[in-house]
Design a binder for this molecule. Structure first.
Ligand code: EPZ
Length: 420
């Protein structure tokens, strides 16, 4: 099993390009199932989760051709199966996103019921309830979601999510894109990845309005045509590198990122003392060699502070001046990285879903174990700032969501290598 060996202590300095967004690419890849034509996607990140989604689409009969510029031609005209198998769904929960498109275009879908993961139980009840409101009949049988559209196909519905769900909003937006009539989705998620998915559907001839607000209006159309779409940059990868620069008192510039997609993160880093400059497609952060100041934060749906950046800011707080409180409100078990940080000399106590973090001057390198994608990123940041060597184990978690992380960090001056 691969490990990352990090010798910490050097401030990050330099410039990197941000890759395409994992959390935009996955729903957009699922949405290609809606299209009765060839779609060309660009800026798709080279990640394990994306590879898993390719495998899943291939299982369904989708043909994919990758060219030398990493542009991917995707042809979903000849679907041969409506089953998303357990062995793929168990490795990537986002597989549930094929449910809506398969049901909308083919009237039937059998998707293995996604289990929980390290950060929480991750139910999909809101996805299923929304599809039932659109006339689908849904049974859970043998660990599979067996879904069937009514005769004549899914019907438009007026939906209201009682909690904000990114995946639920995406699944129902895709289902509504080909349903009969106009659907309204209230209390919808507002993340930039939702907007990217809506833009993709609209470029292919769909009619999704209000993406980015809490109310979507989706006018169902007969079919979607092909076209080209560039996936948005990954705001969480960008935030992760900014957090690493803040923790190591460095100075970095990130290219191909829209600063408006992570404003809550930039504000928090400025509160921690970072000097942040932005342009239309770049962000620079400079700590002027100073230690970050502790900050308090509370995760919440966009545009508030994203849960996917919580673990990374926990590490910044771990070496900051002062005491900061970090409250995780989205997932029930997403403070697990604090135990490993304490093994590196951090001073963190947990009170329910809040971590009280008393900053220390520095951390001490140690062998640590990753448990989920963003917790792994927080341990890498800890290794970059710690004195001595840190060996991060189980980094397959990292490879799910960060493209060439060690190469990019080396470009920023980090002493990091992958040990196979
Ligand atoms: C997406 O997960 C992201 N994944 C997650 O990123 C991200 O943390 C999360 O949104 C929140 O922003 C992808 O986009 C592939 P939710 P998702 O449905 O859609 C509850 C990463 O690190 N809920 O918005 O699964 C749920 O338990 C990953 O890149 C229900 O109760 O998240 C949670 O408490 C991790 N019933 C809350 O809603 C449902 O039917 C938000 O979950 C659905 C969700």
């Amino acid at each position: 099993m691969d490990k990352l060996l990090i010798r910490g202590g050097a401030p990050l300095a330099g410039e990197v390009r941000v890759s395409g967004s994992k959390n935009a690419a996955l729903p957009i890849l699922a949405a290609t199932l809606l299209v009765d034509d060839v779609v060309t996607l660009s800026n798709v990140p080279h990640l394990n989760d994306v590879t898993t989604m390719f495998e899943l689409l291939g299982c369904l009969g989708v043909e994919m051709v990758l060219d030398e510029k990493m542009h991917i031609d995707i042809d979903a005209r000849n679907i041969t199966s409506l089953v998303a198998p357990y062995d793929l769904v168990k490795t990537m929960r986002a597989s549930i996103l094929v449910l809506g498109p398969l049901l909308a275009r083919f009237g039937e879908a059998h998707v293995s019921f996604p289990g929980g993961c390290a950060i929480g139980s991750r139910p999909v009840d809101l996805h299923l309830r929304g599809l039932e409101a659109m006339g689908a009949s849904i049974e859970i049988d043998g660990g599979y979601i067996r879904a069937k559209a009514p005769d004549g196909g899914l019907r438009a519905a007026h939906l209201l999510f009682d909690i904000v769900t990114v995946g639920g909003t995406e699944n129902l937006m895709m289902a509504a894109a080909l349903a009969k009539g106009t659907s309204v989705i209230e209390n919808a998620a507002r993340e930039p990845e939702i907007v990217d998915l809506a833009n993709f559907i609209n470029v292919m001839g769909g009619r999704v309005e209000g993406a980015g607000s809490d109310t979507l209006v989706v006018h169902g159309v007969e079919s979607l045509h092909g076209g080209h779409y560039r996936v948005m940059p990954d705001r969480i990868e960008a935030g992760t590198f900014l957090a690493a620069a803040a923790a190591t008192r460095g100075k970095v510039k990130l290219r191909d990122i829209d600063p408006h997609t992570l404003e809550a993160v930039l504000l928090k880093l400025q509160e921690a003392g970072a000097d942040i400059q932005t342009g239309p497609d770049w962000i620079s952060l400079d700590m002027h060699g100073k230690r970050p100041k502790a900050v308090n934060l509370r995760t919440a749906p966009y545009p508030a502070f994203p849960t996917d950046m919580q673990a990374q800011l926990t590490t910044v707080n771990a070496v900051a001046e002062g005491t900061g409180a970090v409250t995780e409100t989205i997932f029930e078990n997403r403070l697990i990285q604090t135990h490993e940080l304490n093994r590196m000399g951090a001073k963190i106590i947990l009170e329910g879903n809040t971590a009280i973090i008393t900053g220390v001057e520095t951390l001490k390198g140690a062998p640590v174990m990753a448990s989920d994608l963003r917790a792994s990123a927080s341990l890498v940041i800890a290794g970059l700032v710690a004195k001595g060597e840190t060996l991060v184990d189980r980094i397959y978690h990292i490879d799910r969501g960060y493209e060439c992380i060690e190469e990019k960090l080396r470009q920023l001056g980090a002493d990091i290598q992958r040990i196979v």
